[in-house]
Each structure stands twice: as structure tokens, then as C-alpha cells.
Write a protein of this length. Structure first.
Length: 114
């Protein structure tokens, strides 16, 4: 089995909550603060799953998390769109992004010396 095939199988098996746990652990180790609405039933629909803030990098990331097969709702798309329009760094992260190293790379990426 090729490495990319193995990673694809791992990604397919990872839930959104497992992805979130992994991201938070890594982000905290790298100096990021995070916010997540734990019970969104009383919150505005579609607000992104994670808001990540790094003071030294002077960056804020707004991330919607999805499983490999999950889809964004119209409300989620609207939030991501309006945040993007005002210049915020928005994206949807999936398990494939975790296993490809994309998430770690984005958390490390910086325009300032840290």
C-alpha cells in the first residue's frame, strides 16, 4: 500500500471531532489561542468551528472543520464568505489536510519573526 493510499484511509476514518482535537493540541503547542462554540444550538447558525489567534504572528484564522464527506451548510458558506470579504483568513479543513501536513504548515506560516 502506498503512503498516499494509507493517508487517504486514515483521513476517511477520522471524524470531525477527532480532527478538531488534533488541531487544538497542535495549535496550543505552537502558541495559538483557540475558541470553539461547544454547544451551537443557541448560537447564530453557521459560525466557524474554530477561531485561532496567534499574537506573535499577528494572525487570526477562521476555520470550518469537516469530515472527508461533510458538506458546508448555506449558513456556514455565508459566514466564510463575509469573513473573506473583509479580509479575514478563512478556510475549510478536512482530515486529508491534517495527514498531508497542510494544517501544520498553515499554523507555522508567518509573515513575522516568531
Amino acid at each position: 500500500m502506498k503512503v498516499q493510499d494509507y493517508r487517504a484511509l486514515q483521513a476517511k476514518a477520522m471524524s470531525e471531532s477527532q480532527l478538531q482535537e488534533q488541531i487544538i493540541v497542535l495549535a496550543e503547542r505552537m502558541g495559538w489561542k483557540h475558541y470553539h462554540v461547544y454547544d451551537s444550538r443557541r448560537s447564530v447558525a453557521g459560525f466557524p468551528d474554530l477561531v485561532l489567534v496567534h499574537a506573535r504572528q499577528r494572525r487570526v484564522l477562521w476555520r470550518e472543520l469537516k469530515s472527508e464527506t461533510g458538506t458546508t451548510t448555506p449558513e456556514q458558506k455565508a459566514w466564510l464568505s463575509v469573513l473573506s470579504v473583509v479580509g479575514e483568513d478563512v478556510d475549510v479543513w478536512r482530515p486529508r489536510d491534517w495527514f498531508a501536513g497542510t494544517i501544520e504548515k498553515e499554523l507555522r506560516s508567518s509573515n513575522v519573526d516568531v
